[in-house]
Write a protein that binds this ligand. Structure first.
Ligand SMILES: Cc1cc2nc3c(=O)[nH]c(=O)nc-3n(C[C@H](O)[C@H](O)[C@H](O)COP(=O)(O)OP(=O)(O)OC[C@H]3O[C@@H](n4cnc5c(N)ncnc54)[C@H](O)[C@@H]3O)c2cc1C
Length: 503
């Protein structure tokens, strides 16, 4: 144990307290410990259930150190066959049975559908090996603050424990309870506390089951998406040819969908998934649900004595399979900057600012996610039937760029091919009258194409703006005001009503 423990008052003192035993919490705890800080990681689940988390489990390039930075040895994790890093996934498929559409896109560098539980167990082992204490069965129920966030109150194996800390890292996932408990406006900071508290409509709800089939499925090398009546999709992600992660998610700003029922109806009607039965884990059906962040990364992820990472900081983009990676990068950053601030003896907002700057500029992943959010906003302004029609119309190159299998298509040649490709597809569908029963008019389609052009242009503007994210706290308010103006100009160009303006 590397902290001071007072058994009379049930109080433990650490330099860094990390809440959460998921991806962000594990990368943060491992990194801060490797940087020489006294760290404890708190997780509400028991040790043997660590890593048992609702996820589609799609994970690209797990051994790329840019996507998984820091002291966690991803090579060691990927070498264990039970984690299922095999690179077998080499295409993305979009099935819209009603429109008789099956779009197939090659996945250039191959991908994986991992066993998230096995992966999480390895992560927790490495956190311990790197020198952090770990307290499982420990539910954080309160926050201590006195100008700074200075610890948490928890129930450990049912007994109350106070954890005092110089820095608290929030890796408690999307809709973190810590953010409800902290009074950010009462923390002391020059100007105001910069931390951005997200709105509930910025989250989605997602649910998944792991099912088994008797015969191998014919899409075992593909991750498959299918339309949902609300903005969102149903997925079939095969871990192995007979073990499939199936799930669905929707945005909380839309009408709620009864997730388990809707998934059951989908699977019962799906000929490519015959006789699927839910697998068991821990003696129960392997079914899990959770919330997901469906917004750009928080404008600022720091407050005095406090850093947020992963789902808690919205640095994750689950829709395009960047949820695990985004949590790892921001967890690493939180660990580095928490340890540095502790060593400097200054855990003010200004001292922790490097956590924001690293992600938006030095690493840059958070800036890219923020700029791509322009596409989510454009899509949210359209009805789902119009989007289905567009998915059928868009040429594959354009879809590839939107879903991120290809980092960029920008040149004039590419743009011309998009227009020509869409026009060709449009003619085909027009002759067949494919979209009439969806109630989608040519005018609707034209508006979406216009929206995609606008989104592309604003996505570039956002990217430039996030590349100029301020290096110090001082420049933040001005930067945010300019970004807010960019938001307004974008909403105006999409002719969004006030109620539909996301931020
Ligand atoms: C259904 C679903 C499908 C997804 N599919 C994909 C996908 O295919 N690919 C992808 O890359 N991403 C996907 N994501 C997103 C991805 O799972 C998340 O981005 C990622 O798990 C975020 O990691 P995290 O560490 O921030 O949070 P989490 O993984 O949620 O971990 C948070 C941890 O904190 C613990 N905790 C919470 N509150 C407390 C408390 N009060 N006290 C103590 N401990 C607490 C929790 O028990 C948990 O272990 C999906 C998400 C969902 C919900």
């Amino acid at each position: 144990m590397n902290a001071e423990w007072n058994s009379m008052s049930q109080t433990a003192e650490y330099e860094v307290v990390v809440v959460g035993g998921g991806i962000a919490g594990s990368f943060a705890a491992a990194t801060a410990a490797a940087e020489g800080a006294e760290v404890v990681q708190l997780e509400r689940k028991p040790r043997e259930r660590g890593g048992y988390i609702a996820c589609g489990d799609a994970m690209k390039s797990p051994e790329d150190p840019k996507k998984y930075p820091g002291p966690i040895d991803m090579g060691e994790i990927c070498a264990d066959e039970s984690v299922l890093v095999d690179g077998e996934i080499d295409q993305i498929e979009w099935w819209d049975h009603e429109l008789d559409e099956r779009t197939v896109l090659p996945y250039a560098d191959h991908s994986n559908v991992i066993d998230r539980y096995e992966f999480g167990q390895h992560l927790l082992d490495q956190v311990a090996d790197l020198g952090a204490d770990q307290h499982f069965n420990t539910v954080v129920q309160g926050v201590i603050q006195n100008g700074q966030v200075s610890g948490v109150e928890a129930s450990r194996d049912g007994d109350p424990v106070t954890y005092e800390a110089e820095v608290v890292v929030d890796g408690a996932g999307a809709q973190s309870i810590l953010q409800d408990m902290i009074s950010f406006e009462e923390l002391s900071a020059v100007e105001e506390v910069s931390f951005e508290q997200p709105h509930y409509t910025h989250f989605g709800s997602a649910y998944r089951e792991v099912v088994e089939t008797e015969e191998p499925v014919e899409f075992s090398n593909a991750i498959v998406g299918k339309p949902l009546e609300q903005l969102g999709y149903v997925w079939y992600f095969p871990r192995t040819p007979t073990r499939i992660n199936v799930g669905l998610g929707f945005q909380m700003s839309q009408q709620p969908v009864p997730l388990a029922d809707r998934l059951g109806r989908d699977m019962n009607a799906e000929p490519a998934l015959p006789d699927a039965q839910v697998a068991e884990r821990f003696g129960s059906p392997n079914k899990l649900g959770s919330s997901i962040a469906l917004r750009r990364p928080l404008d600022s992820m720091v407050a005095p004595g406090y850093l947020a990472a992963g789902g808690a900081a919205a640095t994750t983009h689950p829709i395009s399979g960047k949820g695990i990676r985004g949590a790892a990068i921001s967890g690493y950053s939180a660990g580095v900057h928490a340890a540095r601030a502790v060593h400097a003896g200054d855990t003010s907002e200004a001292s922790l600012w490097g956590h924001n700057h690293y992600q938006f500029v030095q690493h840059g992943e958070a800036g890219k996610l923020a700029s791509r959010d322009a596409y989510n906003i454009a899509a949210s302004s359209q009805s789902i039937d119009v989007l289905r029609a567009v998915a059928a119309l868009l040429p594959q190159e354009e879809i590839k760029s939107i879903v991120g299998t290809k980092s960029k298509i920008d040149g004039l040649g590419d743009l011309a091919s998009v227009v020509i490709g869409a026009a060709k597809n449009f003619l085909g569908h027009y002759r067949e009258g494919s979209f009439e029963h969806l109630g989608v008019s040519n005018r609707n389609l034209y508006e979406v194409f216009e929206g995609v052009w606008t989104a592309r242009s604003y996505s570039n503007k956002y990217e430039t703006h996030y590349e100029a994210y301020p290096e110090t706290r001082g420049g933040f308010s001005l930067w945010r005001d300019d970004r807010d103006q960019l938001d307004e100009a974008y909403y105006d160009s999409l002719e969004l009503d006030t109620a539909d303006r996301k931020y």
